[in-house]
Ligand binder design. Structure first.
Ligand code: SF4
Length: 683
């Protein structure tokens, strides 16, 4: 064992990286993290953690950590004081009479309590529903699709239910890289005998362990899921009792699915008919099948239809809301992307998914907050950028997101930031977005604050302060409370515990939650007062008005993004194991820095045709822009398709992605960009 030297304190908290929500025990000496251990009794991770959770904490002492506010003067960001920076912000906000000219992008990295306060600030102090969070860019189609099918927008089951599953359908997700503890448990379950179906254009490591790997052409998920529905119905693998008593829409789906025999699906998607048939039988003949899925389903032109047609399969087989169903489980990306939405950092929904258009709900908030809340849904993130470029936005406040690195079509985002008169950015570092802002506020990291996160299976868990924030750094919570005070409003929650108490008093789904109760352990929402939470949803009926699951008859529609002679390859973007999102924290932690740059994954046959060897440099160009990347040759990608991560802002992968979005949710089509590739000399 390593001699770690004296340890002064152990603090139990929740990992601030991905949406798995591992419980970590952090040992500290003074202001230094000595070691991080995954908690053996962690409710999700059971003694496991990945390299990010265990080792990626060095960023807190990075020499380029922001420790003082920055204000743009004469075109350059210059050091300022908190008083000067917050006065400038408050003066600017005070001078703008039209609330619709403000917009706030809240943060999936911030705690629930901070998100609660931020959306309250937007609605009460600014008077606008122009508040959103990055769920817009990842799982908004999950929230919309699952709510339409089952009544609530969260995953249906707890991760523990995986222990009882005998078949797993993993679609559009590579948890080995993006959710490593989930990836390991799925693999373990497979090695223990559960059958595994993987639907993914890439040959991921779990695809190599699958009984059946379906590799559809990007953009054809709906055809594949309708084809699976066709086979479940044709081969009598459905649960007629469940459909008769607990579902609606079967006849319409049966009629639609008629048009998706396996041979037709093979033509549309490239998935061999025999493989599709084998997958339908594996899923349909299982006793307790579970669906897990990720951004490969949602980040598409028809992402909501992808979620709905995938959820159809669980309903057809009675594998959701029952003792024997593993349900439909979205693998949420960021640590608190579920919580940011739960807390109402959304333009159409108040905390607890209460509609801003619902007079009764709004009245309760009006009374509690002593305000008159706006009743019209606000702008979504892509619409905020559109409004800024059109000169219709005066202030954009971005909390903890590097939108210039992570949002699609960088040129369009850059245009929006350039056109907006005041961009405020809260961040730990001078990210590319912070560097383009007019006011930059240095804020605390997940290791330096107190509150709660919600993980991918609706599990509220405590986040505890491990380190004191560096001198000059404040929490997002303190920043918004202080600006409200300067504008003459008291947001009323002095502590993060008080913020969750207030939220619980206004949102029935969270009525039984408090920091005190969470000290005893995690709770899955909905939590009734005094209740133990709801790990598995819908056993007593679905949350739709008629208490039934609603099957969706949605046709496959090809997206506009097709390969062409000008752009002959399809680029898919996603995550790599070692890094996290824009990499602000992981790139500053040498112990997880195994990957130091981004590359373009190219299939061996394509590399040969293009005359590319490993490490060759290429210019990649799409209709949106271009960037330069070195090549990695790998059989993980199919011929005609390529892959790149988005963790290195300098790599410019989102220069390539487009502004195409899913209509119901405005979620971008990150998973499909037509590109061309040209060899160039090393830069
Ligand atoms: Fe953190 Fe996710 Fe890794 Fe768990 S799997 S340690 S939550 S990054």
């Amino acid at each position: 064992l390593l001699d770690l030297g004296p340890i002064e304190r152990w603090t139990r908290t929740t990992c601030g990286y991905c949406g798995v929500g591992c419980t970590l025990d952090v040992a500290t000496r003074g202001q230094d993290v000595v070691t991080v251990r995954p908690a053996m009794d962690g409710s999700v991770n059971r003694g496991h953690a990945c390299a990010k959770g265990r080792f990626a904490h060095g960023f807190v002492h990075s020499p380029d950590r922001l420790r003082t506010p920055l204000v743009r003067r004469n075109g350059r960001l210059a050091e300022s004081t908190w008083d000067e920076a917050l006065d400038l912000v408050a003066d600017h906000l005070r001078r703008i009479p039209d609330p619709d000219r403000f917009a706030v992008i809240s943060s999936a990295r911030a705690t629930n309590e901070e998100n609660y306060l931020i959306q309250k600030f937007a609605r009460v102090v600014l008077g606008t529903n122009n508040v959103d969070n990055c769920a817009r860019l990842c799982h908004a189609p999950s929230a919309a699709g699952l709510a339409a099918t089952f009544g609530l927008g969260g995953g249906t089951n707890s991760f523990e239910d995986l222990d009882d599953c005998d078949a797993i359908l993993l679609a559009g997700a590579n948890p080995t890289d993006a959710h490593p503890v989930v990836g390991s448990r799925l693999l373990q379950r497979t090695l223990d005998g559960a059958r595994l179906i993987v639907v993914d254009p890439r040959r991921t490591s779990l695809a190599r362990h699958a009984d059946v790997h379906l590799a559809p052409r990007p953009g054809t998920n709906v055809a594949v899921f309708n084809g699976l529905a066709h086979l479940l119905i044709r081969d009598d693998l459905i649960d007629p009792d469940f459909l008769r008593t607990r579902a609606t829409g079967y006849e319409a789906l049966r009629e639609l699915a008629d048009a998706y025999p396996p041979e037709q699906v093979e033509k549309l998607s490239g998935v061999p008919a025999a493989d599709l048939t084998a997958a339908a039988h594996l899923y349909g003949e299982a006793n307790t099948p579970a669906i897990f899925y990720g951004l490969g389903i949602t980040e598409h032109r028809y992402g909501t239809d992808g979620v709905r047609t995938l959820a159809n399969l669980a309903v057809l087989c009675g594998a959701v809301g029952t003792e024997t169903g593993g349900g439909v489980n979205p693998l949420r990306g960021q640590n608190n992307v579920q919580g940011a939405s739960d807390m109402g950092a959304l333009p159409d929904l108040l905390p607890g998914y209460q509609k801003v258009t619902d007079d009764e709900a709004r009245d309760r908030f009006d009374t509690s907050w002593q305000a008159r809340l706006p009743s019209t849904p606000g702008l979504r993130i892509p619409q905020m950028f559109d409004a800024a470029r059109a000169g219709e936005l005066d202030v954009l406040w971005v909390v903890g997101e590097d939108v210039l690195a992570t949002d699609p079509n960088t040129a369009a985002v850059r245009g929006a930031l350039d056109a907006c008169p005041l961009v405020i950015c809260n961040d730990l570092f001078l990210s590319s977005t912070a560097a383009a802002a007019d006011v930059v506020l240095p804020v605390a990291s997940w290791l330096e604050k107190d509150g709660t996160f919600v993980n991918f299976d609706r599990r509220f868990q405590r986040v505890r302060q491990v380190l004191v924030p560096p001198d000059g750094v404040r929490t997002d919570f303190a920043v918004f409370a202080e600006v409200a005070r300067r504008l003459g409003r008291d947001l009323g929650c002095e502590t993060s515990a008080a913020a969750l108490d207030e939220c619980a008093s206004l949102a029935p789904h969270f009525a039984g939650l408090s920091h005190r109760r969470l000290e005893a352990g995690a709770l899955h929402w909905p939590v009734a007062p005094g209740g133990d939470g709801t790990p598995t949803l819908y056993r007593d009926g679905f949350a739709t008005p008629d208490r039934r699951a609603h099957l969706a008859a949605r046709p496959y529609l090809p997206t506009e993004t097709e390969p062409s002679p000008e752009y002959p390859f399809l680029l898919v973007t996603g995550r790599r194991a070692e890094h996290y999102n824009a990499g602000g924290m992981t790139r500053r932690t040498p112990s997880v820095g195994l990957r130091t740059k981004e590359s373009l994954d190219v299939a061996p046959g394509d590399a040969a045709c293009l005359g590319l060897e490993e490490g060759a440099f290429v210019e990649v160009t799409s209709a949106s822009g271009s960037t330069v990347l070195p090549v990695t040759i790998t059989d993980e990608v199919t011929a005609g398709e390529m892959f790149a991560g988005f963790h290195f802002p300098g790599a410019g992968v989102n220069e390539l992605t487009s502004s195409v979005t899913d209509d119901p949710t405005s979620c971008p089509e990150y998973k499909l960009t037509a590109v061309r590739v040209r060899r160039i000399a090393p830069p």
